[in-house]
Design a protein around this ligand. Sequence first.
Ligand code: HEM
Length: 222
Amino acid sequence: MLNWLARVLRSSIGRKSGMAISGLLLVGFTITHLLGNLTLLQSNAAFNAYAQKLHDLGPLLTVAELGLLALFLFHIVLAIAVSMRNQGARSVGYRAAGGTGQKTIGSRTMRFTALLLLIFLVIHIADFRWKKLVGAEGSEDLAQLVVDRITQPFGMTLYIVAALVLGLHLSHGFKSAFQSLGLRHNKFNRSIECLGWALAIGLALGFAAIPVALVMGAGGAS
Ligand code: HEM
């Protein structure tokens, strides 16, 4: 395993394609995560039932969670490796990993949005996952824990900003992944770009809408 990782890290193609594939898999996770979280707008009971279904998977869920953690770590380690190589080979920045194309606000801020997302994830896991892991008081009603957190002014701001930062990151990251995998072709570039924007905007607005809708009275105990 370590040998394999060292080989991926040593090759430029390995680093770029590893980052692209792990990034696209993480997009898949965020889509399913958003769909699950939207049940909160129906009712607390619907969200808790969804969470319970996941937890009923038992060891399978643990395997999926460890896989997800490995995916995040893999993506981050490769991002650092690509970034360091680019800097070493003159300051051409992350955009070089995505090849040609115009600079956008998404491409210019890629490292910054990556760092903000990492900080958000640490707080986010501490918010919800950690309390449940240690069996803290009140953690049985996960929906209420989430609602309480993301409807306070600070929590709400944090979750809305994180959603927008995620959108910005994906506005460049999605199309860049296709470029890194050599899957860009004149015929499809436009569709890939549109799909990337649709995902970026859809995920950003979808996640940001949850605290906003809850404050406006959506969801509820029953
Ligand atoms: C309104 C926004 C969000 C809400 C309400 C929310 C809610 C939750 C909850 C309740 C959990 C714990 C699940 C459990 O233990 O059963 C969780 C875990 C997690 N969330 Fe979020 N989340 C939001 C946004 C995000 C975003 C934007 C990302 C990624 C960029 C993200 C990534 C994760 C990850 C990686 C986990 C750990 C997965 C696990 O251990 O099962 N979340 N989220």
